[in-house]
Design a protein around this ligand. Structure first.
Ligand code: ARG
Ligand code: ASP
Length: 715
């Protein structure tokens, strides 16, 4: 892809012009690779106000900002904020970890937690912090030769790099649908300990009601520490490991942010689909999203009603509810955003221009003329299969928990019957999944979801539904209420699942299981999925990916005056923009900053989303903000800016023109969640916790000011 990069750098040669009008420059769409900033973005970033050089952001040999950014766990970003391995990320990224250290008597989620010294820091099995030490374009090597099977080349290239850098772990990832390949060298630390977290009333303030929303007042942060062995190298947990002396840590600027300030977000965005044809965006927003939203509407309404009626159910389901509602709310925002920003029409206009230009050059037309029609054709072909898949996934993997568990039991039993598992092994596998189901479980709620979702499944899928279940439905006159009562109240479910007894015999368990309606339904759904749905999806997706690759290449050749950034693929990226509010709907203009006043305005005593602990309330009311006030003397809480981000960017640092930490990214505004498909600068904003709020909570609320002594704070 050198060709494409060179061209772009030429286009941006004129950008010195920008310097004179930096504050007028509109923010920029895109999540850019740090190794290409010099070619693609440096001039523009400087013109927008950035005062550091791109070498300060990413340099292969020199300690640079890249050495302060990590992949936190499996799907978030974190950053080093002290020379001693102190790591900052989101509360919602550490949520499961904080929960795992909690018990009814010692609930760290509701109380918060602060280690007073390193001996109090809590170890976490399975948690890692991954640094990216190098990235290199290896496209030529991967695509060279006439090897049809790229994986052979990929393995060879990885082996070559591994030999010269034995200390790193390598991975090669495709970009632009395989038009470019980049190798990533990582250093993975596996001893990462919990240092501190505010109570959920701060870290998750507003919970699901405020999730994806601006104005926001959530202090969504948590603090960890990376440990290394005596030589400062990654090591498995050991008591005598020592705090990792990081090559680079972020300076924290507590001097505040202003409207119009340059910002950049440095982290690991997970997945975007910016180069889909309009047709597929139509399918996503008019078919897939609405159908999945409809299913989740029903599940969430069922859970919400029960959670409001019972504290016990509320506590059990808080985390599941949050998970189901997170994507549900995002899809709703995405649909509205695409509609209001004329996303489909804009894509169609672009495609019209694409076709017009294609015709202007016979060799283009010959090479790429088919690709858009062909893509459209295959996206239409895969539609019924994808719908069937989503219905399966939403209902059998999530909506009805017992169906998910049943699928696991079926697999275990199959292995047992094939002689691959001993009686004892089966027993412990069943025991584990049964415990998994029953942990935080309300069978009445699940029974109702089953009764509501199955008729919907059959009605919506029609001919695409499995024949076995359609005929089962007929035989039972479509009476899923009765079916569900029988399923959840028969001997199997009550005696063997809900009141699981160690002494039961496996054979008896299996015999009963096979008589339960859930067995019949789960089996039917899975069979259908494996024989009729997935094979077609795989086959068609292969073709689609090939076409997307060609289409991507065509876009870059034909719109060669434009700069293209690769879709997010959980690699390290830089987005940049500026601090700015937005006006997404008629008569509403959002300010860019929120303050403690809003925390108090939203406070609802006793409410599970908007309650506040008394000491915190007192502290806010007494306005003891110390040095952490904005120009109006208020405590700043969150702010928005126009940085292009997505899921995975949670926990990413927002940096100012000097590369100093000013805020912690954790969300996007609802009106702009369609940025994953079609970015619109007017509506898309990322949401960050203000650095000052984080420092204030640590120092003034948590009384953990000693942590600030480790940090580099400038004012
Ligand atoms: N919207 C945030 C991001 O997508 C997640 C925030 C987690 N909180 C919640 N209530 N689900 O992941
Ligand atoms: N909340 C998201 C995350 O967890 C960030 C986003 O989607 O903007 O990564």
């Amino acid at each position: 892809m050198y060709l494409f990069l060179n061209r772009s750098s030429r286009v941006f040669g004129f950008s010195t012009l920008f310097v004179f009008m930096s504050y007028l420059l509109p923010a920029v769409e895109g999540m850019w690779l740090p190794i290409f900033l010099e070619k693609l973005n440096a001039d523009e970033m400087k013109a927008m106000g950035m005062r550091i050089s791109v070498d300060d952001i990413y340099h292969f040999q020199k300690a640079s900002l890249k050495d302060a950014i990590v992949i936190f766990g499996g799907g978030c970003t974190g950053e080093m904020i002290s020379p001693n391995g102190l790591l900052l990320t989101n509360h919602h990224c550490g949520y499961g970890i904080i929960q795992s250290h909690s018990s009814v008597e010692n609930d760290l989620l509701s109380k918060g937690f602060w280690a007073k010294n390193s001996s109090e820091e809590l170890k976490n099995d399975g948690l890692s912090a991954t640094f990216i030490r190098m990235m290199e374009d290896v496209t030529d090597k991967v695509l060279s030769g006439d090897n049809d099977d790229l994986s052979v080349n990929i393995l060879a290239v990885m082996a070559e790099y591994q030999e010269s850098h034995p200390d790193l772990t390598f991975e090669i990832k495709p970009f632009y649908y395989g038009n470019q390949y980049i190798i990533v060298g990582k250093e993975i630390f596996k001893d990462v300990r919990l240092v501190g977290a505010p109570p959920s009333a701060i870290g998750k303030y507003g919970s699901d009601t405020d999730n994806w929303m601006w104005p926001r007042h959530t202090g969504d942060f948590a603090v960890f520490r990376v440990y290394a062995d005596a030589n400062n190298n990654p090591a498995a947990y050991a008591v005598d490991n020592v705090p990792y002396r990081s090559r680079k840590h972020l300076t924290i600027n507590a001097g505040g942010v202003k409207e119009g300030d340059f910002t950049m977000v440095f982290g690991f965005p997970g997945r975007t689909q910016q180069y889909l044809p309009a047709r597929e965006i139509e399918y996503i927003t008019q078919v897939y999203n609405p159908e999945r939203i409809e299913i989740r509407d029903l599940v969430l309404a069922n859970l919400d009603r029960r959670m409001r009626a019972s504290d016990e159910v509320r506590i059990k389901y808080a985390s599941k509810y949050a998970r189901i509602s997170n994507a549900w709310k995002k899809w709703r925002g995405e649909n509205i955003g695409i509609r209001e920003s004329n996303g489909i029409e804009r894509k169609k206009n672009m495609e019209f221009e694409f076709r017009r230009r294609l015709l202007s050059k016979p060799e283009w037309n010959q090479k790429y003329g088919y690709v858009l029609d062909s893509l459209n054709f295959y996206y239409a072909r895969v539609l019924p299969f994808k719908r069937a898949y989503f219905y399966y996934a939403e209902i059998a993997n999530q909506g009805v928990e017992a169906l998910g568990a049943m699928q696991k039991w079926i697999k275990t039993v199959e292995k047992y019957e094939a002689g691959e598992m001993s009686e004892e092994e089966v027993w412990s596998a069943l025991d584990k999944t049964i415990k998994g189901l029953k942990k935080d479980y309300a069978p009445e709620a699940d029974q109702e979801s089953f009764a509501i979702l199955m008729p919907l499944y059959l009605r919506r899928l029609g001919d695409l539904a499995p024949y076995s279940i359609t005929s089962f439905d007929k035989k039972n006159n479509g009476d899923w209420k009765t079916i569900s009562e029988e399923a959840f109240n028969d001997k199997f479910f009550v005696d063997f699942v809900l009141n699981f007894d160690e002494k039961t015999k496996v054979k008896k368990f299996i015999k009963r299981m096979k008589k339960n309606h859930l067995y019949y339904v789960a089996n039917g759904m899975v069979d259908h999925l494996n024989t009729n749905v997935l094979p077609s999806i795989y086959r068609l997706n292969d073709i689609i990916n090939q076409h997307q690759k060609t289409y991507m290449e065509a876009l870059m050749v034909i719109f060669n005056e434009k700069r293209f950034y690769p879709d997010a693929n959980f690699t390290m990226r830089v987005s940049y923009g500026k601090v700015e509010g937005f006006a997404p709907v008629d008569a509403v203009k959002y300010h860019w900053q929120t303050t403690h006043k809003g925390i108090l305005e939203k406070y609802i005593p006793g409410d599970y989303e908007f309650n506040l602990p008394d000491p915190f309330l007192e502290l806010l009311r007494s306005e003891s903000f110390g040095r952490y006030v904005n120009e109006q003397g208020l405590l700043p809480v969150c702010f928005v800016a126009s940085n292009h981000t997505t899921g995975g960017n949670s926990g990413s640092p927002a940096l100012n023109a000097d590369g100093h930490f000013i805020g912690l990214n954790f969300d996007r505004a609802w009106e702009g969640t369609m940025s994953d498909l079609n970015y619109d600068i007017k509506r898309c904003r990322n949401i960050m916790v203000d650095a000052r709020y984080i420092l204030w909570v640590i120092e003034h609320y948590a009384g953990a000011g000693y942590l600030l002594d480790e940090m580099d704070i400038v004012w």
